[in-house]
Ligand binder design. Structure first.
Ligand code: FES
Ligand SMILES: [Fe+2]
Length: 339
């Protein structure tokens, strides 16, 4: 597999990057992340130019990193400023520094050549909005990231893999609409369910005990950013003629699908809600339930990765209607990786 280079990827949550040295690999490139005294997040290649010692296992001296093996010392821009046993620093002594943008509490890194356009980074304003409360996490996945893209674009699996949490029979039974916005580079998949059962994930968090109208509107921004706008309301509660939808419950589910290596993935996930904002019990319930759901996917996709690794090349899959979104996503990814 070829990674989609010249792209922005989520590398961490803002709060993960601090005084310590955080190791994280994106698209096969090992990085070390930390925050300077002035609060800037820094990402350097995680390999000393001298004998390759990981800088993430080294030490900080103010804003600098001192290699834990023989003491080469690096500035936040990757320049080596001191080497042991000599006053002259070789001119080529520098580790690559990666462009970082922090936005909506996410830390993005540019994997590619030159400088990326920060305006191209997709937004998730809920993550920092006072009108929402967010729970989130990240699970390591021992599977290629395309399997997670497939998984998230086809929510009909909720009925089977996530029964008792977010899946009810109607999810798999309701047809989807799929639209590809080539210009914006976004795949939209929507499913509108009317007068359906409320799964525990939503009944316990919202307090609704009857039937609901449930909307799922997905935006997939290749290669690795996924938003699910989820609307839940007691059946019959419609948005007003002016578009006012304040009588519904809104849950903004999101994922950053970040390739670590060819066959492993960082599975960042979050759930933001616009109700019960200060209710710690609702937060704990949504955190634990969503983590359980994510882990159900992780277990399934880890199995698929093993199957794929053991099968002969050229195996033919069978696709059906529910795969339309996933197939559109694959086409977009293919274009990005061909660049
Ligand atoms: S490996 Fe880093 S200074 Fe030698
Ligand atoms: Fe799932």
């Amino acid at each position: 597999m070829v990674f989609a280079r010249n792209q922005w990827y989520v590398v961490a949550y803002g709060e993960e990057v601090g005084d310590g040295l955080l190791a994280r690999t994106v698209c096969g490139e090992p990085l070390v992340l930390y925050r300077t005294g002035a609060g800037e997040a820094v990402a350097l290649a995680d390999r000393c130019v001298h004998r390759r010692f990981p800088l993430s296992e080294s030490n900080r001296d103010g804003d600098r990193i001192v290699c834990g093996y023989h003491g080469f010392t690096y500035d936040p821009d990757g320049t080596c400023v001191a080497v042991p046993g000599q006053t002259r620093v070789p001119r080529t002594a520098r580790v690559p520094a990666y462009q970082i943008v922090e936005r909506d509490s996410l830390v993005w890194v540019w994997i590619g050549d030159g400088r990326g356009d920060a305006a191209a980074i997709p937004r998730a304003p809920w993550l920092e909005s006072p009108s929402y409360t967010t729970v989130r996490g990240m699970e390591p996945l021992a599977a290629r990231y395309e399997l997670l893209v497939d998984n998230l674009l086809d929510l009909s699996h909720e009925t089977y893999l996530h029964a008792g949490y977010i899946g009810t029979p109607e999810v798999a039974q309701t047809p989807i609409t799929t639209e590809t916005d080539e210009e914006a580079g976004v795949v939209h998949v929507s499913r509108r369910m009317k007068d359906v059962e409320c799964p525990p994930f939503y009944s316990r968090s919202t307090g609704i005990d009857g039937r609901i109208d449930r909307w799922q509107d997905i935006e997939y921004h290749p290669p690795g950013f996924y938003l699910l706008h989820s609307r839940i309301a007691p059946t019959g509660v419609e948005p007003g003629p002016d578009g006012d939808d304040s009588d519904a419950f809104h849950v903004e589910v999101g994922y950053a699908i970040v390739p670590e290596t060819e066959t492993t993935t960082h599975d960042f996930w979050w759930v933001a809600r616009d109700f019960a904002l200060d209710d710690a019990e609702v937060s704990a319930f949504l955190h634990d339930s969503n983590r359980t759901v994510v882990l159900q996917d992780v277990v399934a996709l880890n199995k698929l990765e093993k199957v794929m690794a053991s099968e002969p090349a050229g195996h033919q899959e069978l696709s059906i209607n529910i795969d339309t979104g996933g197939l559109a996503a694959r086409r977009m990814l293919q274009k990005l990786t061909a660049r």
